[in-house]
Design a protein around this ligand. Structure first.
Ligand SMILES: [Zn+2]
Length: 169
């Protein structure tokens, strides 16, 4: 089932999410629904708070459905280490139509649990590293606009406020 994506302005996006404690059917269904929602959007990453659920999990597929090995659910993820940096345009499904330049680590080593409750470690580069950093931020209530300078952040916020006012957000 496709879920509704929560947009910027909803307080759930700036809240720290709670760890997942039960690896049950409900969790599997949520993960399946989040993948469906992400592919339909379309996007390469989607965190639970973005569908209105304040839990520590996200889904990612940097191949956009082309490579089954890249379809990964991260439950209770932790970033263990990062290396280098990359600067590039980034979007967010909770900020439709907004793309901003964000500096992220070039390489991210992260640990998480899969839907069965089995722990795994992933060594990610480039887009996958960017995605893991972006989605893990969501679980701490951090949004990509927080990486902007205060002035640029205000400009984006003003743009969104205008869109909200005219009913286009
Ligand atoms: Zn996002």
């Amino acid at each position: 089932m496709k879920l509704r994506i929560v947009k910027y302005g909803d307080p759930i996006l700036t809240k720290k999410a709670e760890p997942v404690t039960e690896f049950n059917e409900e969790l599997k269904q949520l993960v399946a629904d989040m993948f469906e929602t992400m592919y339909a959007a379309p996007g390469v990453g989607l965190a639970a708070p973005q569908v209105g659920i304040s839990k520590r999990l996200f889904v990612m597929d940097c191949s956009s459905g082309k490579d089954p090995k890249q379809k990964i659910a991260f439950i209770n993820p932790e970033i263990l280490s990062t290396e280098g940096e990359q600067i590039g345009d980034e979007g967010c499904l909770s900020f439709p139509g907004i793309y901003i330049e964000v500096r992220r680590p070039k390489r991210v080593i992260a640990r998480a649990f899969d839907v069965e409750g089995k722990q795994f470690t992933i060594d990610a580069m480039d887009l996958a590293a960017r995605c893991i950093a972006h989605e893990t931020d969501h679980l701490d209530g951090e949004l990509f606009i927080n990486h902007l300078s205060p002035l640029k952040k205000e400009l984006i916020k003003a743009r969104i406020k205008k869109l909200i006012k005219t009913g286009r957000w």
